[in-house]
Design a protein around this ligand. Structure first.
Ligand SMILES: NC(=O)c1ccc[n+]([C@@H]2O[C@H](COP(=O)([O-])OP(=O)(O)OC[C@H]3O[C@@H](n4cnc5c(N)ncnc54)[C@H](O)[C@@H]3O)[C@@H](O)[C@H]2O)c1
Length: 262
């Protein structure tokens, strides 16, 4: 593969599995040195080992993105291992299915804490490093089609993803003067473990008979005729982390095989 990220060092949160891991593998294949941050150190290290076993360069560290000191430590570990930081992919996230009238304050806080506050903290701490390095930087946030359109019964999840798009636009305005590009991707219906939670929630809410029904129903109308794999997000992430996209900022690109058009 074209080594468009050779010499670049990139941190990816929530990358021990799923979309984050596929993005990490895609960036590593293009030459980037990767730092995988995830809740569980062993899982993060195992994902890093999978990259190293195919000739890539990666380390795994534990991080809870809602904990600022842990985020600072993750970025420091990356700089210690790989030198200057060039980019961060803010991918860590959680989902919950609840019908609109039953979302509790606790549900709201839990989802917003990880999906919204976690992204804010990671953007802030990465931007501080980029500004100190005086060499620009790339921030890529993983939002969702639920950040472009409110999905019921995922209202609080949708709100958290709208906030990720808002941080992307506001961050582009805050950091453009420092040559820091801030963009987002909005995946569609991606086959990952996250759908275990979403699908179970649909069944428990009486909206589906089986856990897999919700995924299959959402996937039915996709123009390209199939649901997404995590690997479908790798190419666009490579582009947004490379110099090929240096004149793009503040954008939230929908990568959903054709579900919504905005
Ligand atoms: N799967 C989909 O259909 C889909 C669609 C659109 C957007 N997304 C978004 O893509 C991102 C990745 O989702 P996925 O489907 O790969 O999910 P996943 O559940 O398979 O993976 C999420 C990863 O994030 C980690 N994580 C969770 N909370 C964390 C925290 N506080 N700190 C650090 N790591 C944490 C988990 O340990 C896990 O490894 C999420 O932000 C999700 O909202 C997913």
């Amino acid at each position: 593969m074209n080594q468009i990220l050779a010499g670049k060092s990139i941190v990816i949160t929530g990358a021990a599995r799923g979309i984050g891991e596929a993005i990490a593998q895609g960036l590593a294949a293009a030459g980037a040195a990767i730092t995988i941050g995830d809740l569980d150190k062993k899982s993060a290290e195992a994902a890093a080992d999978r990259i190293c076993s195919t000739g890539g360069k990666a380390i795994g560290v534990s991080v809870n993105v809602t904990d600022r000191s842990a985020v600072v430590a993750m970025i420091k570990a990356s700089c210690d291992a790989h030198g200057s930081l060039h980019g961060i992919v803010n991918n860590a996230g959680i989902a919950q299915t609840k019908i609109f009238t039953e979302i509790t304050e606790q549900d709201w806080r839990r989802i917003m804490e990880v999906n919204s506050l976690g992204v804010l903290i990671c953007m802030q701490e990465a931007a501080k490093v980029f500004i100190a390095q005086k060499n620009g930087g790339k921030i890529l946030n993983v939002a969702s089609i639920a950040g472009k359109q409110g999905f019921e019964p995922l209202a609080h999840y949708s709100a958290s993803k709208f906030s990720v798009v808002a941080f992307t636009q506001a961050g582009a305005k805050a950091f453009g003067q420092h040559r820091i590009n801030v963009n987002a991707i909005c995946p569609g219906i991606v086959a990952t473990k996250m759908w275990d939670d979403i699908g179970r929630g649909f069944r428990e809410a009486g909206l589906a008979e089986k856990d897999e029904d919700a995924f299959n129903q959402y996937a039915e109308g996709i123009l390209l005729g199939r649901s997404s794999t995590p690997e479908d997000l790798a190419g666009v992430s490579r582009f947004l982390m490379s110099s090929e996209s240096d004149y793009m900022t503040g954008q939230a690109l929908v990568v959903d095989g054709g579900i919504i058009f905005s």
